[in-house]
Design a protein around this ligand. Sequence first.
Ligand SMILES: Cc1ncc(COP(=O)(O)O)c(C=O)c1O
Length: 399
Amino acid sequence: MMKFSALVERIAGEGADAWVTHYEARRAQERGEDVILLSVGDPDFDTPDVVRERAIESIRAGDTHYTPATGRLPLREAIARLHTARSGQAVTADQVVALSGAQNALFASSLCLAGPGDEIIAIEPMYPTYPATIEVSGARMVRVPAPPARGFRIDLEALAAAITPRTRALFLATPSNPTGVITHAAELDVIGDLAMRHSLWIVADEVYAGLAPGGRVPSLATRMPDRVVTIGSLSKSHAMTGWRAGWIVGPRPFAVHVEALVMCMLFGLPGFVQEAATVALGISAEAEGRIRDYCAARRDFLLAELAGAQRLSCCVPEAGMFMLIDVRGTGLSGYEFMRGLYESERVSVLDGGAFGPQTSGFVRVCFAAEESVLREAAARIRRFAATLPQPKARTARSS
Ligand SMILES: Cc1ncc(COP(=O)(O)O)c(C=O)c1O
């Protein structure tokens, strides 16, 4: 009998089912089959040339050795500047740690802020890695809804009611994945009051901030500099998902603990990635503007292509590269719709249930794709929805 730690149980499996269709579709696409993949949040264009050139140049120059574990100073300074521009909070480079993507930063926050016996609140629907990332620390995750009936805005009363003496932190993605909802300043005021009253940390996952109007989202960092941890990365805003270039910004005592964790977990990003990331941060305004405009145009395009689709309704996102489609009118769950659509039309979308029960009657579509791809995908989605039997008829048959 092989023995493993209790930790492996805590991180096992959650959300894995949702990706089965995506991986199946990817394999089919690699075999050259006619498959449309809208299931993953990866912009369909390349990292800017100057960024790629810098990495190549840096490798050629021999930048392939160990680096300072928390990131080179010019990189941390560039991150600090972007953070200040976005949030208005003045920070220094020693409040910044460069990490391997926002995912790595979420993991570090969880381990540094909570442990067994503690609770961390997360807003649901949530990015599918959150449950394991939060519970890996030993803390219990408490879900607070941002339900469809409220336009996916946080139920602030439920949030207040969910806080207990064990609550240590609130994990909040703004703009949200999958809803594209930005937490507004008035909502943050309420959240800030609760956090101050109960001495909570706010972990603000701003990985999509560059895709929000003006490239920024309202933040609590200025109001609560000792309680807010801000997470970002170049993945979405610069089409750099594969580079694994992200960061965490927080009060210095927090950064000290992240640094200690980095020493035993990561030991520094590759030098050529850091050099490329520094160049990328230097062209942020232009790179983000390009993706933002691209996403806004594709969102409107997809909305127009899906207008009038039978029994489907699109939830218009405020920002980001995803749109939820409400499939409850078909009588199918998000999972059933995802499977049926893939099997009959070879379009891969993601079951909303992967983000929690609030979105189990939805599917998530990534619209950061060419218009021709979106047009064809929308035609197939409409055809699939139109061929489904009336929900009542199916219920009668199955009962
Ligand atoms: C809300 C959210 N947080 C974090 C991440 C992870 O991003 P990164 O590629 O920077 O690790 C994602 C990726 O999709 C995300 O949607």
